[in-house]
Design a protein around this ligand. Sequence first.
Ligand SMILES: CSC[C@H]1O[C@H](OP(=O)(O)O)[C@H](O)[C@@H]1O
Length: 358
Amino acid sequence: MREQLLAAEKVKAIEWRDGALHLLDQRVLPLEEVWHAYTTAAEVAEAIRAMVVRGAPAIGISAAYGLVLGARARLAAGGDWKAALEEDFQVLADSRPTAVNLFWALNRMRERLERLKVEEDPLLALEAEALGIHQSDREANLTMAQLGVELIRKHQGNLQNLLTHCNTGALATGGFGTALGVIRAAHLDGLVERVYADETRPWLQGSRLTAWELANEGVPVSLNADSAAAHLMKTKGITWVIVGADRITANGDVANKIGTYQLAVNAMHHGVRFMVVAPSSTIDMALESGDDIPIEERDGRELLEVGGRPVAAGVAAVNPVFDVTPADLIDFIVTEKGVVERPDAAKMAQLMCRKRLH
Ligand SMILES: CSC[C@H]1O[C@H](OP(=O)(O)O)[C@H](O)[C@@H]1O
């Protein structure tokens, strides 16, 4: 199946080419496919903050390449380049607060920096580390897709109606996708009757990105208002809600796009299985519970305007863009290290001791 999945990789959002980071501008999809080239760490940090690139793994991968760009500039400037590079670490770390993959990737780059041998070319070493982070995410996507499909097949062998939230596909990762990777693989395996995609207000990752990815591949997809999800669980025979994650804590709580928590509550009420799909770079064992996860609040204009046109007048807006789903509402967490059923602290600790399956 792995070869079949690799062959199905079509869309990509990130490309390291000719010493520059090329990002597909996700702010203008699906109407325009526009790529931008970035050559400094600060530019990459701004691209992450402004959501040119978004999605937990994609943010981490982009930050790793951003650090390579920073190292190249600091080396060229001469002097204590490693001390100067701290500024690039910081500007990238400050770009968005919730997706732990960003900090995981920057830590990987810092560890590589600290392991540098005198005889090594620092730029080649850091570039290889960033490329490794990128490739490792692609591989993790494929493993998780296989594990997720096995779960769906194990619990029901026939055609399934699935619901997903936000975008967790090729646009959010280094390759095949996390939750959307499982959904793609389930479609390839003949298990999908229809995918219901939450539009995912206010940034519309579902309508602009997920529907675009799935429609491009002939996956039967219906876009729905976020507020319709519970009704669809009740009336459309939905058997799985499959979502991604931005940070999973040591007890199995999951931070993900705003609206995920209410999906989990409704899934529990309707007997719909709830699957979270995320690489282990999304797991933050340093945080005991989801209460400790920093939740990003973005500009209220993302709510007060649609397409730059006001949809409200004279009101304040509160715009948290993530929420936390408690572990006891989650049936499965699928990672490249394996699957945790009914997650809890002991099971998460056991998972993190495992090696990757591929
Ligand atoms: C593959 S996980 C993607 C994850 O990131 C999204 O957030 P954003 O679009 O704001 O970066 C959302 O939470 C997805 O589940």
